[in-house]
Ligand binder design. Structure first.
Ligand code: ADP
Ligand code: RBF
Ligand code: MG
Length: 399
């Protein structure tokens, strides 16, 4: 591959939450309440298509274009608050440092794309080409946007790598069938960017922005859990050089609380106890970090500081309904410590959560994670956080 074409919303920017926020405010004006029911229908649609769906579903007394104008002016006030998705800045910096030509190709209008990226440091300079849906005849799933992006980059479609959050979840059908389906069934959960990329004759990596979607059948050439898991060398692009002994360092992040009861599986089924923390109150931190296996330091209020390796997510092997935070403290304790205050400093990432063909292979992998974490935490880069004041908990409950 000689260039990379990126989708914006849901791939590089966390705009999903923003859309609901703006719509809630807007619908209140018309005495309606946003219930999120349209969310899956509007992913990846052009602004006018989105508007049509919402105006119709809520029976709004306004024309489509009025809706678009009003909602988009409200959007522009929210744009400065939109955050880059995990790994987006890292990827953009990496590709632009190595001189890999990059384009942004989005179903938004060009002006919206430009204002969205104006708040992200260094993005504008990194993309030599930007294509919005107002610059081509038809938006995705038509291949037009991607073809136009490749053309402006002076690249062949066949040597273009597309990165998209939109996946389709129906099964392994032909592109012709998918197009027919998309035209007929606006309600389907079909997400269209991947289809557009394939129709353009490009290689496509999908980064599903909805949780628990990676296992579904999709048209993409590869599905990854987050941009952190992209391996550019698989596509003939320069590899990332920031992995250190099987770990990806991050700015430290912090979560803590009393140890809660989990699903009773850790020690019983796996022989690996995990001191679960409640996810309550951590939705912001957790949305900034993809589900996956992480490591760092754990402080227990009455015991001390220990090395720690953890999983955050839905445990694909067990397919939990709820996201869980499961730190395994790398130390032998002779008793349980439910309700004790546990603080974590998370310093790096190891791998995405995965499914496994058997319990034995899952257990073996977790022990491998343990070794990776134990070794890495001795490196000065990570060992320095052992002294982080957040780990020295002075009990708030009094002695
Ligand atoms: P649960 O499903 O309730 O989380 P687990 O089987 O995962 O139960 O066991 C976790 C409990 O075991 C923790 O809450 C803690 O009290 C205890 N425990 C003992 N040793 C450890 C350890 N090394 N790491 C994490 N928890 C441990
Ligand atoms: N569960 C999975 O289904 N897939 C995984 O890849 C996975 N990785 C884990 C890595 C570590 C370091 C730990 C501590 C747990 C992991 N688990 C994983 C979670 C495990 O399934 C969970 O702790 C038990 O189900 C207990 O609830
Ligand atoms: Mg547990």
């Amino acid at each position: 591959m000689s260039c990379v074409i990126l989708d914006l919303d849901g791939t590089l920017l966390n705009t999903d939450g923003m859309f609901s926020e703006v719509l809630k405010t807007f619908l209140v004006k018309y005495g309606k309440e946003w219930d999120g029911r349209e969310k899956h229908k509007i992913v990846g649609k052009t602004p006018l298509e989105e508007a049509a769906i919402i105006v119709e579903d809520y029976g709004l007394p306004c024309a489509k274009h009025e809706f678009v104008n009003e909602v988009y002016s409200m959007f522009s006030d929210h744009l400065c608050k939109v955050k880059a998705l995990p790994g987006a800045n890292r990827l953009i910096k990496h590709l632009s440092c190595h001189g890999v030509p990059m384009a942004l190709a989005s179903n938004s209008h060009r002006a919206t794309i430009e204002s969205k990226i104006s708040y992200q440091h260094g993005w504008k300079e990194s993309f030599s080409v930007i294509v919005g849906s107002d610059e081509v005849r038809t938006g995705k799933p038509s291949p037009d946007i991607f073809l136009e992006a490749a053309k402006r980059l002076n690249m062949e479609p066949s040597s273009s790598l597309v990165i998209e959050d939109s996946v389709y979840v129906i099964g392994s059908y032909s592109l012709e069938f998918l197009f027919a389906l998309l035209l007929k069934d606006k309600d389907s959960y079909v997400r269209i960017g991947v289809v557009a990329g394939k129709a353009a004759g490009m290689e496509v990596v999908a980064v599903p922005s909805l949780p628990k979607q990676t296992h579904r059948y999709i048209a993409a050439d590869e599905v990854i859990n987050s941009l952190l898991d992209l391996r550019p060398e698989k596509w003939g692009l320069p590899p990332f050089q920031d992995w250190i002994e099987g770990t990806l360092p991050s700015e430290p992040w912090y979560i803590g609380g009393p140890v809660v009861k989990g699903l009773g599986r850790g020690s019983k089924v796996l022989g690996i106890p995990t001191a679960n923390l409640s996810t309550e109150g951590y939705s912001d931190v957790l949305s900034e970090h993809p589900s996956g296996v992480y490591f760092g330091w754990a402080g227990l209020s009455t015991r001390g500081v220990y090395k720690m390796v953890m999983s955050i997510g839905w445990n694909p092997y067990f397919d939990n309904a709820e996201k869980t935070i499961e730190p395994w403290l790398l130390h032998e304790f002779d008793e349980d410590f439910y309700d004790e205050e546990l603080h974590l400093v998370i310093v790096g990432y190891i791998r995405p959560e995965a499914n496994f063909p058997s319990l034995e292979t899952l257990i073996a992998k977790i022990h491998e994670d343990r070794k990776v974490a134990e070794r890495a935490l001795d490196l000065p880069l990570y060992s320095k956080y052992r002294d982080d004041p957040y780990l020295k908990i002075t009990s708030s409950k009094g002695q």
